[in-house]
Design a protein around this ligand. Structure first.
Ligand code: HEC
Ligand code: HEC
Ligand code: HEC
Ligand code: HEC
Ligand code: HEC
Ligand code: HEC
Ligand code: HEC
Length: 413
């Protein structure tokens, strides 16, 4: 998918990382600071990339991770206890998180709902024919030009198909992203987003896109837990999906303290202690991508609608305020809440009530200092966060650039 175009630069968690983030946070406290942020973030990026720090393991290392954890920068040697252990004490969160899209960001081939429900899927591109067929617990991805055929077992299925599902294959020692993906809207195969629609020059080209080592690391770093540490891939340690320790870091010390009756020893990272910017532009943006990558994301045009931290940063609503952070509107432990009233309450945390209720509701909340809407009193997101259909994505993404949308305006980038 499109993400893979930006190379993954493995980094360790460093003191510089934390202070750079704080500096970024300071720069962003007032709106005028936004432009400065971009430069600061770029500068910080180069500084961090240039220097490799080693992180001590053992008890003191655990403590560091409890203060600062970057979900896509897992240092070498870190071990996870696994979400089943977390579920022993956090039963409710574990159950609901497992039903969320993030918890299901990869499917096992054996239990894949999509692959078992569709025993045979087919697609044609010029001289090439594609087929995905089910045989027992496995699914095979085959492409033929009529003379020769490459048929491979599907190793990994990315996404549970809310928008689509893309397959990862192995050929001649290298990983490939399937040229065609399953799309929920059409219940069939079509080109994978970001891949060429031209007729490939060779059968191998028709199979899919060969993933470089860094792309492979970044795919598994965003969709799985425990598969990447340092700059190496450990598929034997992989748990499918974004699970507890992907976001909270290694939990061994916390579990031991919990079992010893000291759960409040602060031995695990809790993002609740992050400021709004840190949470949105650093933590969630580690996978959802944000303002720190301004230059490369802006260049993508409408395709950057998928990068919510980047989009929301453009909005006049946006600041370091926790009420406009990703976690204000989305509980990462729950499936996506699509209820309009739920989101209205989030807007009303800052905006005064509008319409006829304006006078009656004077100062309902001292914090509600942002202006009221003159047009409507409910379903705020339906007008101010429009759905954008990307060509070929078979899915409408929600534009997180909150604003007054003018009729027929071009994409606001
Ligand atoms: C930058 C932090 C952040 C991330 C990451 C994020 N959101 Fe959303 N988000 C929404 C709404 C509304 C939807 C659409 C829900 C629906 O109708 O399905 C949505 C949908 C999504 C989706 C589903 C895909 C899509 O495009 O519909 C993702 C992913 C997402 N948000 C991620 C309101 C918000 C609000 C509320 C002010 C904030 C803040 C917010 N979102 C901040 C964030
Ligand atoms: C032996 C029981 C136990 C196990 C196992 C356990 N926890 Fe906890 N955890 C607790 C208790 C008790 C608290 C404090 C009360 C609360 O916040 O629910 C806590 C608190 C937390 C907090 C907030 C910490 C803070 O400093 O604010 C996080 C985050 C957390 N747990 C994540 C995890 C994760 C991730 C796992 C699996 C790696 C896990 N827990 C396993 C018992 C446990
Ligand atoms: C380790 C990477 C990672 C991190 C960190 C991460 N996400 Fe996600 N998120 C994903 C992936 C991958 C998906 C797509 C899952 C799918 O549909 O298969 C996703 C999907 C979502 C969705 C869409 C849910 C739906 O049903 O459509 C929301 C909302 C979301 N993330 C919010 C957040 C918030 C809030 C944070 C920060 C607290 C966050 N994410 C941090 C990887 C991540
Ligand atoms: C930087 C983190 C990141 C990387 C790298 C990444 N993804 Fe994703 N992926 C996400 C997030 C976040 C979402 C949810 C928002 C969206 O749909 O864009 C997502 C969504 C998807 C979806 C749609 C899921 C659904 O349920 O509809 C598929 C399929 C997918 N990714 C496949 C891949 C493949 C294959 C690779 C590697 C070639 C990859 N991704 C690399 C973060 C990432
Ligand atoms: C996508 C990232 C993500 C995943 C995956 C995730 N969490 Fe969290 N968790 C967060 C964030 C963000 C917060 C802070 C929420 C806030 O500030 O509102 C949090 C807070 C917590 C807390 C503390 C609650 C509090 O009120 O302080 C506990 C306990 C916890 N998570 C447990 C878990 C467990 C158990 C799992 C696995 C089942 C899990 N988390 C998976 C992001 C995640
Ligand atoms: C953290 C507080 C906060 C939250 C939460 C918030 N806003 Fe705002 N919003 C603001 C501020 C501050 C402004 C700028 C007001 C000004 O310029 O006078 C603003 C401006 C706006 C504007 C005018 C933008 C423009 O370009 O002129 C719209 C429309 C808007 N918000 C809608 C929403 C909607 C819809 C939601 C919920 C999905 C929401 N806001 C959530 C604080 C917030
Ligand atoms: C039917 C579509 C629609 C809905 C629903 C809607 N708005 Fe609006 N909103 C608009 C339009 C159109 C404007 C621009 C009006 C103008 O320029 O006179 C606007 C203007 C605004 C402004 C800018 C006000 C100013 O004076 O600068 C804010 C803030 C705002 N809306 C917030 C909200 C909130 C919060 C909600 C939910 C309670 C909401 N809107 C629901 C269409 C809508």
């Amino acid at each position: 998918m499109i993400y893979a175009q930006v190379a993954y630069a493995p980094r360790t968690v460093t003191p510089i990382n934390a202070s750079a983030a704080k500096l970024i946070g300071m720069m962003m406290n007032h709106r005028g600071g936004k432009r400065i942020l971009m430069w600061t973030a770029c500068l910080a990026h180069f500084l961090i990339c240039g220097i490799v720090f080693s992180v001590s393991s053992g008890a003191s290392g655990q403590k560091n991770f409890a203060e600062r954890w970057n979900p896509t920068r897992v240092p070498p040697g870190v071990t996870f206890v696994g979400d089943k252990v977390c579920a022993e004490c956090h039963e409710g969160k574990a159950a609901s998180q497992a039903r969320s899209s993030m918890g299901m960001a990869m499917e096992s081939i054996k239990d894949s709902k999509i692959l078992t429900e569709h025993q045979k899927l087919a697609f044609r591109n010029g001289p090439y024919s594609y087929e995905i067929t089910r045989k027992g617990d496995q699914s095979f991805y085959a492409v033929t030009d009529g003379k020769e055929t490459i048929s491979l077992p599907i190793l990994f299925a990315f996404g549970q198909g809310k928008a689509g599902q893309t397959y990862v294959l192995q050929y001649d020692g290298a990983y490939y992203e399937s040229l065609v993906s399953f799309y929920n809207e059409t219940k069939g195969l079509d080109f994978t987003i970001g891949q060429t629609r031209d007729v490939p020059a060779s059968l191998l080209g028709a199979l899919g896109r060969r993933l470089s080592k860094s792309e492979t690391l970044s795919c598994f770093g965003c969709h799985a837990t425990g598969a990447v540490s340092g700059s190496s891939l450990h598929l034997d340690k992989l748990t499918l999906g974004v699970k507890c320790e992907a976001c909270h870091g290694p939990g061994g010390g916390h579990v031991a303290a919990g079992k010893a009756g000291e759960p409040n020893a602060k031995l695990i990272f809790n993002p609740a202690r992050l400021g709004g910017d840190e949470l949105t532009q650093d933590f969630c943006a580690a996978c959802h991508r944000g303002a720190g990558e301004f230059a490369s994301l802006k260049g993508m045009g409408v395709n950057n609608v998928r990068f919510q931290p980047y989009r929301i940063f453009n909005s006049k609503c946006y600041s370091d305020d926790r009420r406009i952070s990703c976690a204000a509107c989305h509980d990462p432990h729950e499936p996506l809440n699509a209820d309009a009233a739920y989101f209205d309450s989030k807007c009303m945390a800052c905006h005064a009530a509008g319409g006829n209720t304006a006078r009656a509701a004077a100062k309902p909340n001292a914090q509600a200092s942002a202006p009221a809407c003159r047009v409507e009193t409910k379903n705020c997101a339906s007008c101010h966060m429009p759905k954008v259909e990307l060509t070929g994505a078979h899915f409408k993404f929600t534009d997180h650039y909150i604003r007054v949308v003018r009729p027929n305006e071009p994409y606001q980038n």
